[in-house]
Unconditional design. Sequence first.
Length: 132
Amino acid sequence: LGIVAKTELAMYMMYLSASDGDIARSEAEAISDICKLELNADELAYFVQENNILKPEFAEVVPVTYKIMIKTDNSLKGMGNDEVKFSDYVLETYKAIGDLIIKADDEEKDEEIKNYEKYMAMMESYKAENLQ
């Protein structure tokens, strides 16, 4: 699950950082530092292009790790434990990382903010529809 979570988070960060048409060096460094990747801005841009990360459909695909945490929360609730919500940890991580990557180049660009809001709305909607 760890490699899946790392890959999904890296792709999410690439999605946000490339939203304005350019991955700044500071954004590439943030992605590489957080996800333990050794990729520069050009390599990340190539990955974004090759994997269609900027297509509108990207913001409609719920991360597998989030789906698993929602199912885990539902299972725990079924066993009488609804104190801990692992899905909240995932959601808060995506929010914090999104905020960090948007600010990584010292500019909060409209397109990055719009895509951040779209992605968060998708995750919130999935949670509302699937968390018991």
